[in-house]
Write a protein that binds this ligand. Structure first.
Ligand code: TMP
Ligand code: ASP
Length: 234
């Protein structure tokens, strides 16, 4: 197989494959936070996030969401459909945590009246700012139809994941999704869903079981990823 690096991100390396419509994504143990200002490693994160993301993408496929995943080809590697990614990150918040607390003064753990959708521009040089519908339109980040379809997909994904995690005694606080278009023009879920891209709290103790343990130096980082893999596989 000809494998050339197409793109190296903070947490993944994307390789070309023999098939121009497929890429191979290798999940790394590297972790960053605060626009890369904080750097570290989380032992076994690559393998665990690849496993967690595979299970969740398969679950979503069963519910009719088209995802990028084809198959897990190695412990830390997923074969995926090649997509043209939209330049936005899509965040759904069920409870307040993280940047929305700083931005709007919500208390951490405040339950939203309904799932809250936000878009962020993927641009490291600008610090991935929040963008409104007016910004999305003026910058031509998404057409109105794409924006609306992405909203419907994100809300459906939230319903599926919230129920799945509730059955495993986990509160899905918030999460980030990335979408792209495949060669046929379908809007497809890409990237990953893992403790790097979601906030998970134990439903009883409210203990954090995600990357906030790394971001905030809370200790027990590897253990949190291990615990989330166990719960996802239970
Ligand atoms: P935020 O509270 O920092 O805006 O993050 C919202 C959610 O998005 C949270 O679950 C973490 C996730 N996230 C990413 O996956 N990548 C990022 O670069 C950022 C900033 C957040
Ligand atoms: N991954 C992002 C970064 O390095 C932010 C985060 O997950 O907190 O900046």
């Amino acid at each position: 197989m000809t494998q050339e690096i197409i793109y190296e991100g903070k947490a993944k390396i994307v390789y070309s494959t023999d098939d121009p419509n497929m890429v191979s994504q290798k999940f790394k143990d590297d972790a960053t936070a605060f626009d890369g200002k904080k750097k570290g490693q989380i032992a076994s994160k690559g393998v665990r996030n690849a496993a967690i993301s595979t299970t969740l993408f398969k679950l979503l496929e069963e519910r009719g969401i088209i995802t990028q995943l084809v198959e897990r080809t190695a412990e830390d590697t997923l074969l995926c459909k090649r997509l043209t990614m939209f330049p936005v990150e899509v965040v759904i918040r069920n409870y307040a945590a993280g940047s929305i607390c700083k931005r709007l003064g919500f208390e951490e753990g405040h339950k939203m009246k309904k799932p809250m959708l936000e878009f962020f521009l993927k641009d490291d040089s600008l610090g991935d700012p929040l963008v409104t519908d007016a910004h999305i339109e003026e910058l031509e980040l998404l057409t109105r139809a794409e924006r609306d379809e992405i909203e419907q997909l994100a809300l459906k994904i939230n319903e599926t994941l919230t129920k799945f995690f509730a059955e495993r005694k986990v509160l899905l606080i918030d999460f980030k999704l990335e979408f792209g278009k495949d060669s046929e023009g379908n809007i497809v879920l890409g990237d990953e869903i893992s403790p790097d891209t979601c906030r998970f709290w134990d439903a009883e103790t409210r203990e954090k079981l995600d990357k906030d343990r790394f971001r905030r130096d809370l200790g027990g980082v590897e253990e949190a990823y291990k615990e989330m893999l166990n719960r996802v596989e239970s």
